[in-house]
Write a protein that binds this ligand. Structure first.
Ligand code: ATP
Length: 348
């Protein structure tokens, strides 16, 4: 298999600490030179020193020079408006058209779930959140701002093309990974125009996948079902805002921020992978950060780039570690960021 070129943005806070462990584990799992890593300096420190968040032409360079981008975390108390985070992360999502936000929800060990009587085989599904449209496009405005007569609007955008491609991606994923069920979670009862379009597109696309058991739930019902009976899900596809909320809820049912990976994906093009957690400035530089979310994110990236077997080995090693209680303090153990990374390497 050809060598994979990864652009690495350690970013802010605990980002560089967890990224170092993820790279160490990925290199150990794949034998050293299957992946080449290029460090990119973008983050709070670079912005504060130079005034540049991300240089002109950078996203186009990523398309040319990298197979994927691996990001630690962005966020720094010195930049309260998150200007650099917006430019880098939202810039990448939009300019690279990363229309799938993919969030695997997999319980690695019973000890990690707050749900009663749930075993790892009960919670294993993936959320496909639309990542470029919906309420997060920033369209809208204010009238009479700062007065008691202020009016504010935020437009929700749904396009046929944008909806069709995320729904299709969810079905394709189900077919490729032998998953039987795709469930749509939207609110077409309350949002008849934008989510009415989602509903119609889903009905159209599902007919092309007769072997997949497709269903739909109102998003509020889906939220309840993710807690009440997570066994009923294989692939859950949803809009940007709803996916943001549902995927954080789902992540908590399998252990939360310390173990939650994610990918921002455009199939066949350079995609960006990042742990769900932020820069956690409260624990940065103390060796307390849990590197498992970043390590699982590296596994997800490896699988995406065709290294599925190595990805599986990494995931099993992480699973062993959690079962043995060899974890950082957030999961009840006494390991440091580095020693937890080393422990994963030893179990490969
Ligand atoms: P940001 O603004 O960058 O999202 P944040 O601190 O508001 O940062 P997170 O970093 O996502 O939000 O996490 C909230 C809290 O969860 C952190 O302050 C930290 O205590 C804890 N936390 C997050 N990630 C980790 C991790 N990998 N290991 C240990 N604790 C973590």
């Amino acid at each position: 298999m050809s060598q994979k070129r990864i652009g690495v943005i350690g970013g802010d806070g605990i980002g560089p600490e967890v990224v170092a462990q993820a790279i160490k584990v990925l290199s150990a799992a794949t034998g050293g030179d299957a992946f080449v890593f290029t460090q990119l300096p973008w983050g709070a420190e670079h912005y504060l020193q130079t005034g540049v968040t991300v240089p002109e032409g950078e996203f186009e360079r990523w398309r040319r020079e990298f197979d994927a981008i691996f990001l630690g975390a962005l966020g720094d108390p010195r930049i309260p408006d998150m200007r650099h985070g917006r430019d880098i992360l939202l810039g990448a999502r939009m300019r690279l058209d990363l229309f799938i936000n993919m969030r695997p929800i997999k319980l690695l060990d019973t000890s990690l779930t707050p749900l009663r009587d749930r075993a790892p085989e009960d919670i294993d599904y993936v959320i496909f959140r639309e990542n470029t449209e919906g309420l997060y496009v920033g369209m809208g405005g204010q009238l009479r701002p700062g007065t008691r007569h202020e009016v504010a609007t935020s437009a929700m955008i749904a396009t046929y093309r944008g909806t069709e491609r995320i729904v299709r991606a969810a079905f394709d994923h189900a077919v490729e990974h032998d998953l039987g069920r795709v469930c749509l979670a939207i609110k077409h009862n309350a949002i008849p125009h934008a989510h009415g379009l989602w509903n119609r597109v889903f009905q159209e696309v599902r007919t092309e996948y007769p072997t997949i058991d497709s269903s739909q739930l109102y998003a509020d019902v889906a939220a309840m079902e993710l807690v009440r009976d997570p066994t009923r899900f294989d692939v859950l596809v949803t809009s940007n805002l709803l996916g943001d909320i549902l995927s954080d809820l789902a992540a908590q049912t399998v252990g939360g921020l310390g173990v939650a990976p994610s990918g921002n994906i455009h199939p066949g093009q350079v995609s960006l992978f990042e742990p769900v957690h932020g820069s956690a400035p409260d624990i940065a530089g103390q060796g307390k950060a849990n590197p498992l979310a970043a390590i699982l994110t590296a596994a997800m990236m490896a699988r995406h780039l065709g290294y599925g077997e190595d990805a599986g080995r990494i995931e099993r090693a992480v699973q062993m570690l959690i079962r043995e209680g060899v974890t950082t303090p957030d999961l009840g153990g006494s390991e440091t960021t580095v020693s937890a990374g080393d422990a994963v390497c030893r179990r490969l």
